[in-house]
Design a binder for this molecule. Sequence first.
Ligand SMILES: *[C@@H]1O[C@H](CO)[C@@H](O)[C@H](O)[C@H]1NC(C)=O
Ligand SMILES: *[C@@H]1O[C@H](CO)[C@@H](O)[C@H](O)[C@H]1NC(C)=O
Length: 399
Amino acid sequence: MKLLVLFALACACFAGNAAGRRRTSPTSFNVLHFGARADGLTDDSNAFMEAWKAACASSGTVRLHIPRGTYFVGPVKFTGPCVNVHSLTVYMKGYLKASTDLSKYVKGDDWIEIGWVDRLTLTGFGTFDGQGSVSWPYNNCPTKKNCKVLPTSIKFVAANNTVVRGITSVNSKFFHIAAVGCNNFWASNIRITAPSDSPNTDGIHIERSSGVTIYSSVIGTGDDCISIGQGNSHVLLSGIKCGPGHGISVGSLGRYQNEGDVRGLVVRDCTLAGTTNGLRIKTWENSPGSSLATNMTFQNIVMKSVANPIIIDQTYCPYMSCSSKVPSRVKISDISFRSIRGTSTTPVAVTFRCSRGIPCQNINLHDVHLRYVGREPATAQCLNIKARYSGMQIPPPCK
Ligand SMILES: *[C@@H]1O[C@H](CO)[C@@H](O)[C@H](O)[C@H]1NC(C)=O
Ligand SMILES: *[C@@H]1O[C@H](CO)[C@@H](O)[C@H](O)[C@H]1NC(C)=O
């Protein structure tokens, strides 16, 4: 018996060495060992911060456990770099509750910020509850340009090679998840929910990031399911179920000076149900700087009762303060819509309202079949665009 065990160990060792892997077991940290109470009442922020500090200061393969239980935390910052850590996995099995006291979030604080880390994985089927309903009435961003922005639930900043898998986020105060300045960011099996009338509760917002993949996720909120902001490249969204909400959006672009281009977006195999928009690109009028939105493919998308299934809007200006009418300086080009089908709840199923300063260029539609749920046939509206059409076209192309 003993011999057998030894033999098995030797084999495992040999196999490990043969594969060239290091055989060191991961170093584990548990928030409960750092004083977290998990009673849903005591502020566990310090325990979380101390556990993170210890994990980040250790080395090799590191695990940070947040076991089952309800934790009242935040705001917290999980900040790197963790110089000797090869990879860090946060196993989040708990239910995290954010404080509803906005005075705790000093200027610009988000709820949970994870930044300046490499090879971090966040997983474990836990839930992040932003407890947003108390603060939504204080959000004046939909009506006021210089508004006070509320905390995002989980913000990744300048993180490389991040994996987020199998977590749930509910009722964020502002965005649910944001990735800002990240390289290689994979998110999958994410569930995000907030009421359809909750303001700015975007599901996942991406900005100044590259190599972003989001797949197999279910998102229903009061704002965009996924929003692709400025400065992104190589973004793939697939297998997303979106609704309710404002759909999958590129933008808003062109609000600020020195915005980066958006290049290389693929959105495929997604379903949008009961959303106000389906696939949208929106840019501000009166944009102070110029930028590009280019090389985007939207393919195999199903729309179920969507108000504006396909929309490019370069006259975005939701505030009264947009009095002058300088056309948008964001140049939109090389965009393909392929195999887009389903139903529109408004007669105008396809809207292209491009900039009269810089018309949209090389817009391609192939096999579009969008039916209006009412009696009339669906129509398309076009301004300042040259589009090319092939395959089936319902609504018929603009004249
Ligand atoms: C992330 O990658 C960028 C670009 O390669 C690099 O400059 C930066 O130091 C990396 N950050 C971390 C935390 O590893
Ligand atoms: C367009 O974007 C795709 C997907 O990100 C990328 O693979 C491709 O190289 C890009 N094409 C050009 C011409 O940049």
